[in-house]
Design a protein around this ligand. Sequence first.
Ligand code: GDP
Ligand code: CA
Length: 313
Amino acid sequence: MIVALAGGVGGAKLADGLYRGLPSRDLTVIVNTADDFDWFGLRICPDADTVMYTLAGIANPATGWGIAGDTFEALGMLGRYGRDVWFQVGDRDLATHVARTERLRSGMGLTDVMAELASALGIDAKILPMCDEPVATEVLTPGGPLDFQEYFVHRHQSDTVNGVVFRGIEQARPTGAVLRALTEARAVVFCPSNPIVSIGPILAVPGLRELVARHPGARVAVSPIVGGRALRGPADRMLESLGHDVSAYGVAALYQGLVDGMVIDEVDAALAPRIEALGMRVLVAPTVMVDAAGRTLLASKVLDFCEQILSTR
Ligand code: GDP
Ligand code: CA
């Protein structure tokens, strides 16, 4: 079994490639839940839902999030009632949040709720929230702290990020399902997700960083930074304002001691020696996943890299 650590859009793409590429579909995706928030009384889990819709084959290909062909009638009506509707929720997407919130209110844990939803969408892989406790990312900006979605969606990531806080993380515990998955995993793949606010919270769940650091399987990360830039989103600006190198090397440095190998893009091949000096192997590959074939190709290269690492131990 393969474990993938993922945030939203970038993570979901590689998770999808792994899912389609693994013969037995023996994949468990541990997803960031620190983006989760309440919206008109409904619980929304943006990264978990992005992974779920992607694996179910119903994600909106244009945005990477939301459901393909979704309509926004309910949102429009909320707007007519004078509500602030900067967070886009489609009508079908809304049903996910209604169904999830109902289950959570009845006392079911998020892990079980997501399992129910994913199974209803026909997904064979496991999509596990990093924990069942609510955790909320806050970004520290010159103008003060901002809730993550306020920063990310409402203010379009325009603020400088001088720090991040994962509220509630001290009370979080790895779930039994996450512990079992990591125990059984042959390999742990860090998807090309934002290392600060997508992979960061997963590793910050008390005990998880240590489990990955001591993991006997092959641990491989794919850089979300290509040619010194994020393909989308604020990962590059965040790395810079938080004092990290804005490159695949900067990402590798953040994962030092946690991964055996780093997958970097062909345009970054020259960084390989510096990354290897951090004590990890490097695979140079085309890492920009433009279509389904690109996802499965990268996934197969990642899996071969894992096998190579395991075979030379
Ligand atoms: P979010 O939660 O929706 O912001 O998504 P993630 O944290 O999972 O992913 C965001 C990161 O994915 C960004 O830093 C992008 O650079 C990266 N990304 C998106 N698509 C690709 C891709 O095709 N290849 C690589 N290597 N990175 C990607
Ligand atoms: Ca996210």
